[in-house]
Design a protein around this ligand. Structure first.
Ligand SMILES: Cc1cc2nc3c(=O)[nH]c(=O)nc-3n(C[C@H](O)[C@H](O)[C@H](O)COP(=O)(O)OP(=O)(O)OC[C@H]3O[C@@H](n4cnc5c(N)ncnc54)[C@H](O)[C@@H]3O)c2cc1C
Ligand code: FES
Length: 285
């Protein structure tokens, strides 16, 4: 893990309320594994004080400004503006300075090469699935199922398709693709491919539904959790979730930032997930 003071290379709105940001990050390609995340401090002043967590969409290289210089290595983030931190981020421009800790957490277990994988992304939860898709598509067949509210929430689909990934879109309002929830598409895909492994990231209710479908069928599932975070490095315990086997007498907590954000479904206590209190949101400044 590195703690960088770095600069914004670009920051563009790609769909209403959704942005793509590239940050200079030497050594990123070598270090970042699919599913890992970064903590970004976006404000130069005290507000917002805490860094915000973001999945790494991909890493890459830009040509140098002058001949003889090395190419510029970057980390690319895709983010949705939801509050103060992301609104501040959206106003950053090329050359602005930010503080970045990267890479953090445990990523996806790629398992044995080959075979069929089904990736399920709910909204902006699609972000950590790109590096995963790139790895899995090298040796196996990959389907990506995207579930969003409406067509404006669909981002980066063509980039997945360029990897050779077969994509299916479902929108709740029927404005693009199949109307309804992505979990319905997952059920029919699993009917066709009962031996597939499933990887998911998105809102907690979606993950609970994906877990229930996979558990009923005995399908292996890995989930990436987007818990609220404050420190991102295991110090504040603000991001804990209850693990499988947790009880009052024998508490078993898992730290999403250090032991996750990716977990095998059987590591988690699904009866309690989504009911975590977390830290006080008022403290998140
Ligand atoms: C490991 C990880 C990876 C993430 N990757 C991405 C990503 O790639 N792209 C992206 O856009 N977002 C991602 N998020 C969520 C992102 O961190 C939050 O949207 C961001 O911190 C919000 O900051 P804010 O100051 O704008 O909002 P705040 O003012 O802090 O909150 C605004 C609203 O958003 C809700 N919110 C804040 N954080 C989260 C969260 N983690 N999950 C669900 N709701 C939240 C709050 O409850 C509140 O309703 C990720 C989160 C985690 C933990
Ligand atoms: S965010 Fe502080 S311990 Fe995970």
């Amino acid at each position: 893990m590195k703690d960088y003071k770095t600069v914004v290379l670009s920051n563009q709105e790609i769909s209403p309320g959704y942005f793509r940001m590239r940050l200079l990050a030497p050594g990123a390609e070598e270090m970042v594994r699919a599913g890992q995340f970064v903590m970004l401090r976006v404000g130069r002043d005290l507000a917002p004080l805490l860094r915000r967590p973001f999945g790494v969409f991909r890493t890459g290289f830009l040509p140098p400004d002058c001949e003889g210089l090395p190419p510029k290595e970057y980390i690319e983030l895709l983010y949705k503006v939801v509050g103060r931190g992301t609104a501040t981020m959206s106003a950053l421009h090329e050359g602005d300075q930010v503080e970045l800790m990267a890479p953090l957490g445990k990523g996806f277990d790629l398992g044995a090469p080959g075979g069929q994988s089904i990736l399920v992304g709910g909204g902006i939860g699609l972000v950590p699935l790109f590096l995963l898709a790139a790895e899995l598509a090298k040796t196996g067949r990959v389907n990506l199922l995207i579930g969003v509210r409406t067509r404006d929430d669909i981002i980066a689909v063509t980039e997945f398709e360029r990897l050779g990934v077969e994509t299916y879109v479902s929108t709740e309002d029927g404005s693009l693709g199949e109307q309804g929830l992505v979990t319905r598409v997952l059920q029919s895909k699993l009917d066709e491919e009962p031996g597939a492994g499933v990887y998911a990231c998105g809102p907690m209710p979606m993950l609970e539904a994906v877990h229930s479908i996979c558990a009923d069928r005995g399908v292996p599932l890995q989930v990436s959790l987007e818990a609220l975070m404050a420190c991102g490095v295991g110090a504040c315990l603000g991001c804990v979730v209850k693990g499988a086997g947790h009880s009052e007498g024998k508490p078993r907590f898992l730290c999403t930032c250090k032991e996750g954000p990716v977990f095998r479904a059987e590591q988690l206590d699904w009866s309690r997930i989504g009911q975590e209190e977390g830290y006080c949101e008022g403290c998140r400044s």
